[in-house]
Design a protein around this ligand. Sequence first.
Ligand code: FAD
Length: 441
Amino acid sequence: MDEKFDCIIVGAGIAGLAAAMILARNNMKFLLIEKGDFAGAKNVSGGVLWGTDLARLVPEYWKEKDGGWERFINHRRLTFMDEQSTFSLDFKSSHFDEPPYSGVVVLRSKFDRWLAEKVQEAIDESDYAMESFIATNIKVDEVLMEDNKAMGIRTGDEEFHTDSVIIAEGVNNLLSRQVGLQDDYVPADHMLTGIKEVIRFDQKVLEDRFQLDGLSGMSNEFVGYATDGVEGGGFLYTNRDTISLGLVAGIKDMREKEKSPHDILNHFKEHPVIRDTIKGGEVVEYSAHVVSSGDKRVMPRQLYKDGVLLCGEAANLLINAGKAIQGMDFALRSGIIGAETIIKAKEQGDFSSRTLQEYRQALDDSYVMKDINNFQDAVHMLHSPEMYRDIPNLVCDFGRTFFTIDNQPTQKSRKLFSASVKKHSSYWDLIKIGFKGAKSL
Ligand SMILES: Cc1cc2nc3c(=O)[nH]c(=O)nc-3n(C[C@H](O)[C@H](O)[C@H](O)COP(=O)(O)OP(=O)(O)OC[C@H]3O[C@@H](n4cnc5c(N)ncnc54)[C@H](O)[C@@H]3O)c2cc1C
C-alpha cells in the first residue's frame, strides 16, 4: 500500500481505541494496528474504567443491551486484612445509580473488542470508510524515523507511511525507546505484576452474595495480608456472572522475598474471608500482566517529538493513590487528547513537535497530569511497608479486640487501640503517617 495515512496508531488498547474513535469522527485517514488476534486479546485489567469519559466515545453506552461493560459501580469497599480478619471501610450510594456512571467494571477481551466495533462503525460513517483500517494480528516492529521525525512504521518486510504515529503500545515500552522518547526499560522497583482470576458463579448466587441489584456492582480493594508481605494490594470486582479477583505485587520486592505471583494469589484466596467469598465459584480465566506503579519519576522525559506521540501506559500515565488504580481512564483521556492534537496538526499542515507540544500542554491542563502531580506522595506512601503491613495488622488487631465480647470486663476502646498500636507500630509512627497522609491526600 503506497498511500500515506494522516496517522498510524500502534496498539488497540484503551488509549489506541480512544484515539482512533476521535480520528474517525473527524474524518482522518488512519491505520490502527494491533498485534493480538483482536482488540483486547492481549489485555488484562482488574478492572474498573473510572469516570465518565467513556460516554464521550460511545454516547449513552449504557443503553446498549449487550454493551462491552459488565456492571456500574455504586458500592466501594477498602479492606484491611491480617492473617485471620478483615476490617473494611464500606460506602454504597444510590447517588451512583444514574448514568453517566462514575465507574464501570470491564473485562478487557470483551470490552476492547466491543469498543473496536464502535470505532469500525465510526470509520464506516467517515469520509475514509474505505481508506482507514483496524488491522489485527500484526506486530509493529519499528517506527520509521527520518531526520529524527517519524514517517511510518515497519512490520516484517512491509512499510506503511504516515504524517504521524501515536504509540499506544502499553507498558512494554519497546517502540517508545526505539524512537528515543524513553531511555530504558522502566526499572523493576517501579513495576508491579498484576495477576487475576475470573471466577464464575450462578448469576443469582453472585447477585445475592454481593447484594447487587440489576447491573449495579461492587469494587473492593485490599491491603495487608492479601499480598503476603510483598508491596502491593488485592482487588475484587463484580462482573455480570463472574468476579475478577486478583492482586498487584511489586516485582523487585517479590524477587527479594522469593515469592511468585501465583503463590501470592493462592495465599490471598486461602484467607478465610476470601475463601468464604469465592465458595462455589469456578475459575474460568487466569491472566497476568505488568503494570506500572504510577511513580512520575519514571515517566518519559517528553511525550512527543516530531511526528510522534505517546499515549496511555506507554507514557506511564497511571496512578494508584489508594482510592483506585486509574490507568484505563488516563489511557482513554490521553488517547482523546492525542487524537485532537493530531487533528490540529493536520489543519495546520505541521506535524512537528512545534504543534505536537500542544499534546503535553493539554495533558498537563487535564485531570490526568493534575492528579499524577498532586498525588505522588500518596503513591510513595502506599508502597511503604507501614501501609501494606503494619497499618492493616494494627487495624485488624483493634477490630478483633473491639468486637470481642467474652464475659470479661470490657476495656475502653482507647486502651484497646493503644494495645494494638504498641503491638504493630508506635504512636510516633502513626503521627508521621497521619501527617504524610494529610499532606498527600
Ligand atoms: C491486574 C491489573 C489490574 C488493573 N486494574 C485497573 C483498574 O481497575 N482500573 C484501571 O483504570 N486500570 C487498571 N489497570 C491498568 C490498566 O489496565 C492500564 O493502565 C491500561 O490498560 C493502559 O491502557 P493502554 O491502552 O495504554 O495499554 P494496553 O491496554 O496495554 O494496550 C496496549 C495495546 O497495544 C498492543 N501492542 C503493544 N505493542 C504492539 C506492537 N508493537 N504492535 C502492535 N500492537 C501492539 C497490545 O497488544 C495492546 O492491545 C490494571 C492493570 C493490571 C495489570
